[in-house]
Design a protein around this ligand. Structure first.
Ligand code: AMP
Ligand code: ZN
Length: 469
């Protein structure tokens, strides 16, 4: 099956054909770093991480860019409130954000900062001015939406309609819907020189400038949460197509549904957020990831602690199954029933791939995994052996699942158990060396300390055994 992607622009699922064969260029709007990121952000970024992984799994060379907004009204206001600088605030919360992304295994290739790209931003505004889309008034440089005939093509609203909704801050604008490209400096605000005067960029322009720098003037996928369709993405299109003159600027527009809590969008302004760092204290990153992909990326997802606990149990079932397989004796001969199972696993691989190719239908792909584990568990009841071919196919299937969903192959409990075993073996070796050197005092101390933490050592004539007491 070919990969189908739902395109917000055409509101249809379309066959995915990147602009350059074999290569995918993807841009996802990142956070404004004025506070800790919450699990609503994590839902959106995990969705794109899985999209990224699936594209790579299919053999595409993917370049993924996620911007960091480190200058805007929210940054300035928070810095004032905290009595700090915008730079300090951005440093603190971008570091925290990278830590969260690292823990969750979300790995874009480039994280460009807006303030690191002021010359590029100025260049795009200059192009817009040259092409007749930009004009200067008392408080900044604006984009004239009436000049861009396609304005509203992504959000499917008429320009007059869009304009009605907007609160009007500056009566000198040509049209109420015009938006700022460059804002002139106000006292106490960070600013940079520009051909129009000292100031700072508007929010939307950074994405047009940084995407073109890292991905070119046209690219394949642009994404973000649903709330970005209007005005942010609508304005990005107007800027990029207006400046570079190439259409379409982006081939596929992808938007995620919200993570809700008690029926409301999780957001800083509603004060109902769970920071990623707090969620990670309670649940392993793989449990959070699996929870996020349990719903299709375009659907909303309800956050409830019970759901997370259920997800944890589901993941444990997969790890227990893997452990069971590892304990079986591998034989070369394959029984008739095993051949049937082998066909089942092969079909599961196909079903998983088809689900992911169908606009990244992760809940469907997950159902394939859980159904297979269930029927394999039943099949393995009372068995002590497994044919190498069947084991290989099961491993292939589960490896695909682990890779695509970004989940470690071994459960933490198993990793920890193995680690404990290795550490105990090291201690036993050290203790035996000490005994050989007749340092019985220290050797006994080790034995006693190990007993205190629940590990009992028993010396036999030839070796030292251990068990938990
Ligand atoms: P922000 O910095 O809050 O504007 O958001 C950064 C990204 O996270 C955008 O793509 C938002 O659409 C997305 N986002 C914010 N809140 C949520 C949420 N509750 N659920 C899903 N995505 C969200
Ligand atoms: Zn953006």
């Amino acid at each position: 099956m070919v990969l189908m992607i739902y395109n917000t622009m055409t509101q249809k699922k379309e066959v995915f054909k990147p602009l350059k064969e074999g290569e995918v260029r993807m841009y996802v709007c990142g956070p404004t770093v004025y506070d800790y990121s919450h699990i609503g952000h994590a839902r959106t970024y995990t969705a794109f991480d899985v999209i990224h992984r699936w594209l790579e799994f299919k053999g595409f060379k993917v370049t993924w860019v996620m911007n960091i907004t480190d200058i805007d009204d929210k940054m300035i206001n928070r810095a004032k409130k905290e009595g700090t600088t915008v730079f300090e605030l951005a440093t603190r919360f971008s570091q925290a954000f990278f830590k969260d992304m690292d823990a969750l295994g979300i790995k874009p290739d480039v994280f460009p900062f807006a303030t690191g790209h002021i010359p590029e931003i100025i260049e795009v505004i200059k192009k817009l001015e040259k092409n007749g889309y930009a004009y200067v008034i008392d408080d900044g440089v604006y984009f004239d939406v009436s000049k861009f005939k396609d304005y509203g093509k992504l959000s499917k609203q008429k320009r007059e309609e869009l304009i009605k909704h907007r609160i009007e801050p500056n009566p000198n604008k040509r049209n109420p819907g015009d938006f700022a490209l460059w804002k002139f400096k106000k006292p106490g605000e960070p600013s940079w020189p520009s051909p129009w005067g000292e100031g700072r960029p508007g929010w939307h322009i950074e994405c047009s400038a940084m995407s073109s720098k890292y991905l070119g003037e046209q690219f394949d996928i642009h994404g973000g949460g649903n709330d970005l369709i209007f005005p942010h993405h609508e304005n990005e299109i107007a800027q990029s197509e207006g400046a570079f003159g190439k259409k379409p600027w982006v081939k596929y527009w992808m938007h995620t549904g919200f993570l809700n809590i008690k029926g409301e969008k999780m957001s800083k302004s509603l004060g109902n957020i769970i920071p990623i760092k707090d969620a990670l204290q309670k649940w392993e990153p793989e449990v959070l990831r699996l929870f996020f992909v349990s719903k299709h990326y375009r659907s909303p997802i309800d956050f409830r602690e019970e759901y997370l606990n259920e997800t944890k149990e589901s993941l444990e079932r997969i790890y227990t199954f893997l452990e069971k397989i590892e304990k079986l004796k591998v034989v070369s001969k394959m029984e008739k029933q095993e051949k049937e199972m082998l066909n089942k696993v092969k079909k599961a691989i196909k079903d998983f791939e088809n689900a992911m190719d169908d606009d990244f239908n992760t809940p469907k792909a997950l159902a394939v995994v859980f159904n297979l584990v269930k029927s394999m568990n039943k099949f393995l009841e009372g068995r002590t052996t497994i044919s190498s071919k069947l084991k290989e196919e099961i491993n292939k299937f589960l490896c695909m699942f682990f890779y695509v969903f970004g989940i470690p192959k071994k459960g933490r409990k198993i990793v920890e158990k193995e680690l404990v075993e290795k550490l105990v073996e090291i201690l036993i070796e050290v203790r035996n060396e000490l005994r050989k050197k007749k340092d019985f005092g220290l050797a006994d101390k080790i034995r006693k300390k190990m007993k205190d933490v629940g590990i009992l050592l028993e010396d036999t004539l030839t070796s030292t055994e251990w068990k938990l007491c």
